[in-house]
Write a protein that binds this ligand. Structure first.
Ligand SMILES: [Zn+2]
Length: 97
């Protein structure tokens, strides 16, 4: 009895959802995947199952981008806090006057 090779269609791996089976390459099955970002990727089943591939390639860019974004957010937040503190000080002065 041959070993069953279950379909991965519908499975989610990270950002990728398997849409359909792709061509077999070097005796390994590949899968057409839809990425959360809207992109698509053809990924080997082994890479999916081992968690080696979790996006169409956008994840790495996002991680790098989010670090920059995080710093910007922190900067914006601290500036906002400063502005509020100054604003409150002005209000306090108004109240005192
Ligand atoms: Zn993507």
């Amino acid at each position: 009895m041959p070993r069953t090779r279950p379909s991965l269609v519908g499975m989610r791996y990270g950002r990728l959802v398997v849409l359909s089976q792709g061509p077999t390459r070097h005796a390994h099955r590949t899968w057409n995947c839809q990425c959360d970002c809207g992109g698509t990727a053809l990924v080997g089943g082994v890479n999916l199952k081992r968690g080696k591939t979790k996006s169409c390639g956008c994840l790495r860019i996002d991680v790098a981008g989010s670090l920059v974004g995080l710093k910007k957010a922190w900067k914006a937040r601290s500036e906002k806090t400063d502005a509020r503190r100054i604003h409150n000080q002005v209000l306090d002065q108004d109240w005192d006057a």
